[in-house]
Ligand binder design. Structure first.
Ligand code: 5AD
Ligand code: SF4
Length: 461
């Protein structure tokens, strides 16, 4: 790859949306580094943007409000471009994979230099080169180059791990989705499922553990279908990873209830290092709505799986995603969701109001419930889940949990924060020298979003 960019150039990469997008951005920043860019920011704070030579926004299309945020932020770049005409502005990611949105950006913001989609790595060097050389004469708006979504994993490019802490790492194991839930734009923008070779994943994880990154999150839209069509599968992958020496945590998301089998739960129950956290999006508690969503399981099947997990792994933490106000959902349907939430007792739930996505099947469905009513349902669900979450975390009070120390306390910077094997944040008093180590913490108090505890052994203190 030609190194055509002067080493003094700075790149600002901002990422919206899910962990998968953040993992993509780590690859992008890895690539930009090989092109000679210094990376100045990846998340949050836009104050450093003025010093950037390249601003790249990696966008998210999963809900309308995420898209609105990107539109607002891009609009705000106009002044930066005016002040510095040499600045390159590039958009990529799930929003721009859809041609209608790419065109909208081009028309609305003629100062954008280039728009690419989700298949970024192969085209980015060329696009930077082209946009840079055309910048002076270009009045016609952005270069649009959207290639087919999905495809092979680029194992050559090393990610710049800058979206998590010093002791954590995200490891994509697959990309794309074949499920076509009727509300979801992901299969349209990320393409069909492609899995990485197990050998590459295992080598990467082995290297991360050796570096001290012992909090590892495996990523995929539907991790349970990892390896489909080959002689490996998710269970085998987890089993191999569990055997890598030492103590570490392998977490994973997202599991799909239709593909998450009891044998996988059995494996986790027997494992040493696989997280006792299962994120299992239910989306709805109504069979009628689950069918319309094309989720491929019933309420009863979901409850059976969740109860099996709780029985086999009593210390498990169950979390979920719930979508409120799917087209045609009635209050009766919604009450079944409330009932399921109450029945299962999730530690936490990511709750969303349905957002119509162009190109999905649900966008064609009749959606008579006014948004105000959906918001009221949403609030009711949130209140119920907050209550349940708090009660649920109380089961850990008095218990001792194994915790991996990650950094300063979230509830109080005087404390340390760590992650339990259930994926729960635990804050406790301890010395900085414990960072990157596993300790035993006795839980003294449950907050709605974290646990507070104290170190058990004198030797830690
Ligand atoms: N509207 C609202 N929420 C959505 N999700 C996916 N698509 C939509 C949509 N169109 C939610 C689902 C999914 C999570 C990642 O985002 O709950 O599990
Ligand atoms: Fe979207 Fe369903 Fe695929 Fe998840 S499983 S990414 S919700 S289509």
């Amino acid at each position: 790859m030609s190194n055509f960019v002067k080493s003094s150039k700075k790149a600002y990469v901002r990422t919206y949306g899910c962990k998968q997008n953040f993992a993509d951005s780590e690859k992008i920043t890895g690539l930009l580094t090989t092109l000679g860019y210094e990376i100045i920011q990846t998340v949050g704070d836009i104050s450093d943007m003025e010093t950037a030579d390249l601003i790249l926004l990696n966008t998210c299309a999963v809900r309308e409000n995420a898209e609105q945020r990107v539109f607002g932020n891009v609009g705000a770049l106009k002044n930066l471009k005016r002040a510095n005409p040499d600045l390159l502005i590039i958009l990529c990611g799930c929003m721009t994979q859809q041609e209608h949105t790419a065109e909208r950006f081009k028309v609305k913001f003629p100062f954008i230099d280039a728009i690419i989609g989700t298949n970024i790595l192969g085209v980015l060097p060329e696009i930077i080169k082209q946009a840079d050389s055309e910048k002076e004469k270009k009045q016609k708006g952005a270069i649009i180059k959207i290639t087919q979504a999905g495809g092979v994993f680029d194992e050559e490019i090393k990610p710049l791990r800058n979206s998590g802490g010093e002791f954590s790492a995200c490891v994509p194991i697959m990309n794309g989705c074949d499920n076509f839930c009727t509300y979801c734009v992901v299969p349209l923008v990320r393409g069909r499922e492609v899995s990485r070779l197990a050998e590459n994943i295992i080598n990467e994880v082995r290297g991360l553990i050796a570096e001290g990154r012992k909090d590892i999150l495996l990523l995929g839209q539907n991790v349970n279908s990892y390896g489909r069509g080959s002689d490996t599968d998710f269970k085998k992958l987890l089993s191999e990873l569990d055997k890598l020496g030492g103590e570490f945590i392998i977490d994973y998301m997202t599991s799909h209830p239709k593909d998450c089998k009891k044998e996988l739960i059995d494996l986790i129950a027997q494992s040493l290092n696989i997280s006792r956290h299962l994120h299992l999006p239910v989306q709805s508690g109504s069979n009628r709505i689950l069918k319309l969503m094309n989720r491929g399981y019933t309420r009863e099947e979901y409850i059976e799986l969740a109860m099996y997990a709780k029985e086999k792994i009593p210390e498990i933490s169950l979390t979920t995603d719930i979508l409120v106000g799917f087209p045609g959902e009635t209050y009766e349907d919604f009450k079944e969701t409330l009932d399921l939430v109450e029945n299962i007792g999730f530690d936490s739930a990511y709750t969303f109001v349905y957002s119509k996505r162009e190109g999905t099947r649900s966008a064609e469905m009749n959606d008579p419930v006014p948004s105000g009513e959906k918001s009221a349902w949403f609030k009711e669900l949130l209140e119920l889940q907050n209550k349940i979450g708090e009660i649920s975390y109380n089961r850990f009070t008095g218990k001792t949990l194994r915790v991996f120390c990650l950094g300063k306390g979230r509830s109080n910077p005087e404390l340390l924060t760590g992650k339990s094997k259930q994926g729960i944040i635990v804050d406790f008093e301890g010395d900085q020298k414990l960072l990157g180590k596993f300790v035993d913490v006795k839980i003294t108090k449950a907050l709605p979003w974290a646990l507070i505890g104290e170190l058990t052994y004198e030797k830690y203190k």
